[in-house]
Design a protein around this ligand. Structure first.
Ligand code: SF4
Length: 880
């Protein structure tokens, strides 16, 4: 047997939002090799070290191959031992427990957690099952803790989600600025394209704005080390400089932008719980009530904001509120952000001179303000995982809009994503607790109408109240208001901050937790029922990457044992419940405000019967096996060209994959989100297409008439419809009740600097930032099973400054306790590693469950996006 016998086929890397193409070789039902796809425009044959091991993640020794349930004496027992069961036993118990929670608590008593690792059809099917079937919006992806701030800002600024540019901007630009993005480790193939450009184009300058020296610094011309949380001030300095230097592209701004401001202190989304609940109770009517406390308000309640250990979500409506201001108001807002003020505030390396730091800020302003220079700003979790995550995303757009450096080749504000389908599934399909497909949301009646009509549901089936976001689902579990959770493609009990709370809630309270997983992750270990899943190339599927590129692959090998795809599991479970059980009257707190009589979701069964539904119909029959869907046949190119692939497809009816894709695509076609027909993506020579795909052509740059078929008015049009009625005001609040609409324009926001929610003090005296490393994917459940990757990076260490270590009597490789206000963990310190924090700062990757850094992190969220802040935890360390 030689390599000549291998069968090669196209695939997509599942390890980050870059979305590299890979080629997969199989032989005798096993993946034997993978390599970069030379025809893939994203990566042109290159992969990073994770990408090359896409095949090996399937073959870990402890792969889960059969359903496991906690049992004693043959019956489910929360305190019992994991015992192998059949799929029927698993689904039977899952349905019993579902009905118990649903009968007691209604649609708000259940929850689903997913991620941007769901395939497009999987995310869509689960969204439909939850929102249309169970009438619950308690579904949220891990994108909430990854990209939600970017989403919120896209919607606020442009009224439409996803970046206007694409990766080709790298080859057109003269400048790349990474803001809170260690691209060399987190987006390595894109970083390679940046480095290629820098080496082949002498004018190209690369800047790394970061809180610690990292691998991205190595390839940069300018490294700017800032204090945590000061990026908002730095962006206001840039805006001020652009104005002072007369570098505003006035014609562009006049034609395409309006200026906005909002409340200047929206708090930290703080909700005091546990030891503070007693004091807070008088102002917070119930634990479910969403509130925002400012620092002053927290103090007014007798709380020490530095000591508050659980931070809850806040009121989006208030936090996201904004109004129209004039250019002069904006100018007044940024006026205090002088070079002197911002340099003092933001200088992050105490050993660097203030003058040297100032010179760097001036150099940065030179690059942005130069009208001849094209510029791409990249950012990722450093911006997004931030208690001001939405603001800082809005601010980077403001800078690009002021300069007119947007929506054309080489000029682009570009938010990178972490998950392979954070865009294609988590965001666009509508898996967030507040969303519906194609950027629609549950709390707008027209959006619900469109969705109900597309899904052929009786009117008022959909629940108008945004559900719990991922952190709140965990809190609801702790509160007991949710008692049934299904986790797919995610490991939330390891990745959600303040993890000790959720682990305890899972194991010690009366609830039922189902986890679909390929390996015994932390989440699987705390579950009551584990469902074994088919992994990426053991099923057909598609992802959408960060440049709006939708890419697909075929099933290459069968899954081991009884493992089944997430989609199969969703569909099978939907056969266990009838319409009569879920489309009855449902009490939902707070629905009175949404115009629902007596605050209840109505019984829609009789209206449904008039439409042809029967009460005894299963949700599968009603939602997935519709006559229209059954009419879909499997695409010709697949059947004809690839008969040697496994085509059994593990029990998922053939029509379903295509039917779900086409049904989902119908939401976006004609509405700025057009996907190509399903079959097109499966053609052998197609390596993904960037939506909107109109008349067979993809759209490389949006909002620009040269490239975007949706631009109808002029050369540039921000057509997202963001311009709802805005009240005219000034920086401090509305002054005029004049309502104004500005179709086709983008918003330039003034947002002030705000102090972080938690800072080092005499007791907890170091900053901790968490993040990713090149070798491992997220919580490491897959990449730690690849021997080569595990050997390369066997454990997470705490990177810290050598002098900080010496001061504490420590040296590199010492074992230490790391303690925050939320818990403590043991790890080894490293002072000469690839990450070199300045004094007072430390870094740890979150891939290693044996170290478990998320027990330390603060679950403070951006009050608008509800994204957690993993970048700013106060810790202390001491020798073990
Ligand atoms: Fe490309 Fe990201 Fe996969 Fe690396 S991990 S090969 S950069 S998609």
């Amino acid at each position: 047997e030689t390599e000549q016998d291998w069968r090669w086929d196209k695939g997509v890397c599942r390890f980050c939002g870059v979305g590299c193409g890979i080629m997969i070789a199989t032989q005798d039902g096993k993946i034997v090799a993978t390599k970069g796809d030379p025809d893939a425009p994203v990566n042109r044959g290159l992969n990073c070290v994770k990408g090359y091991f896409n095949g090996k993640i399937l073959y870990g020794k402890d792969r889960l191959t059969q359903p496991l349930m906690r049992m004693t004496d043959g019956r489910f027992d929360k305190k019992g031992k994991f015992t192998p069961v059949t799929w029927d036993q698993a689904f039977d118990e899952m349905a019993i427990q579902f009905k118990k929670a649903y009968e007691e608590k209604g649609p708000t008593g259940i929850g689903v957690i997913g991620s941007g690792q769901w395939l497009i059809q999987e995310g869509y099917a689960m969204t439909k099952l939850m929102k249309a079937g169970f009438r619950s919006n308690n579904i949220d992806p891990n994108a909430r803790n990854c990209m939600a701030s970017a989403v919120a800002a896209f919607m606020q600024v442009f009224g439409i989600d996803e970046p206007p540019g694409n990766y080709d901007d790298i080859e057109y630009t003269d400048t790349a600025v990474a803001w809170g993005a260690n691209m060399a480790e987190a987006h390595p193939v894109l970083w390679q394209r940046v480095i290629d450009r820098r080496l082949s184009h002498p004018e190209m300058k690369v800047v790394n704005i970061t809180t610690f020296r990292n691998m991205t610094s190595e390839g940069s011309d300018l490294e700017i080390i800032i204090k945590p949380n000061t990026d908002t001030a730095l962006l206001n300095y840039l805006a001020r400089e652009i104005i002072q230097r007369d570098a505003v592209n006035q014609a562009f701004v006049d034609a395409h932008c309006v200026f906005c401001a909002g409340p200047t202190d929206i708090g930290y989304g703080m909700r005091a719980t546990d030891k503070f609940a007693f004091e807070a109770e008088k102002d917070i009517q119930a634990r479910e009530v969403e509130v925002t406390l400012t620092r002053d308000e927290a103090i007014g309640l007798g709380l020490d904001p530095e000591q508050v250990h659980t931070i809850a979500q806040s009121n989006t409506a208030t936090a996201g509120k904004h109004w129209l201001v004039g250019f002069d108001d904006f100018k007044t807002g940024v006026e205090p952000y002088t070079l002197d003020f911002v340099a003092e505030l933001a200088k992050g390396d105490s050993e660097e001179s203030l003058d040297a730091f100032k010179a760097k800020l001036v150099r940065l302003a030179d690059l942005y303000a130069d009208p001849k220079r094209k510029l791409v700003s990249f950012w990722t979790m450093g911006f997004n995982q931030h208690v001001r995550g939405t603001w800082v995303n809005e601010q980077i757009y403001s800078v690009h809009l002021l300069l007119g450096k947007i929506a054309e080749p080489g000029n682009s504000p570009f938010s990178l994503t972490g998950q392979p389908s954070a865009c294609g599934t988590a965001r666009e399909v509508g898996t967030f607790s507040h969303r519906l497909p194609a950027d629609m949301v549950v709390n707008i009646p027209k959006h619900r109408d469109i969705t109900e009509q597309t899904w052929k549901l009786p009117p008022k089936t959909l629940n108008p109240k945004p559900g719990s976001h991922i952190t709140k689902i965990m809190r609801d579990l702790e509160d007991g208001s949710i008692s049934w959770i299904w986790v797919q493609v995610n490991n939330p009990f390891q990745h959600v901050a303040n993890a000790n709370h959720w682990l305890k809630a899972a194991r010690e309270q009366d609830n039922f937790i189902v986890v679909s997983d390929a390996y015994p992750s932390i989440s699987a270990k705390v579950a009551d029922l584990i469902l074994p899943v088919a992994m990426i190339f053991e099923k057909w599927g598609g992802y959408g990457n960060a440049e709006r590129r939708t890419q697909v692959w075929r099933e290459q090998v069968p899954p081991p044992g009884d493992a089944r795809s997430d989609l199969w599991q969703i569909l099978e479970f939907s056969k266990r419940l009838t319409l009569a059980e879920v489309w009855k009257e449902q009490a939902i707190p707070g629905l009175e405000d949404e115009g629902f009589e007596e605050g209840k979701l109505p019984d829609v069964m009789s209206a449904a019967q008039e439409m042809g539904y029967r009460p005894e119909m299963t949700l599968y029959e009603a939602l997935f096996e519709t006559p229209e869907n059954k009419a879909f046949a499997w695409p010709d190119p697949v059947a004809k060209g690839h008969d040697n692939h496994t085509v059994k497809h593990l029990g998922v009816d053939w029509f379903v994959e295509k039917a779900l894709f086409e049904e989902y695509a119908a939401f976006g076609r004609g509405h700025h989100h057009d996907l190509a027909p399903f079959d097109v993506y499966y053609q052998d020579d197609v390596r993904g297409l960037r939506w909107p795909v109109v008349d067979g052509k993809e759209t490389p740059w949006r909002f620009n008439a040269k490239y975007d078929p949706y631009v109808k008015n002029g050369e540039i049009e921000f057509y997202g419809g963001a311009m709802k009625e805005l009240v005219t005001g000034n920086l401090t609040g509305p002054t005029t009740q004049e309502k104004t609409k500005f179709p086709g324009k983008a918003k330039i926001f003034f947002r002030p600097y705000a102090a972080p929610v938690e800072s080092p003090d005499g007791n907890y005296d170091l900053w901790l930032c968490t993040g990713r490393l090149l070798e491992h994917w997220h919580t490491g459940t897959m990449t730690r099973r690849v021997p080569e990757l595990h050997r390369a990076m066997p454990a997470a260490v705490l990177d810290m400054n050598e002098k900080d270590a010496e001061e504490r009597g420590l040296k590199s490789q010492d074992a230490v306790w790391i303690e925050s206000r939320r818990g403590k963990i043991k790890a080894v310190i490293e002072t000469t590693g690839r990450n070199r924090p300045p004094r007072g700062y430390s870094f740890m990757a979150f891939f290693d469950e044996s170290v478990f850094v998320n027990k330390l992190c603060i679950d403070a969220t951006c009050p608008i996006s509800k994204e957690e802040d993993f970048k700013k935890t106060a810790i202390k360390i001491y020798k073990v």
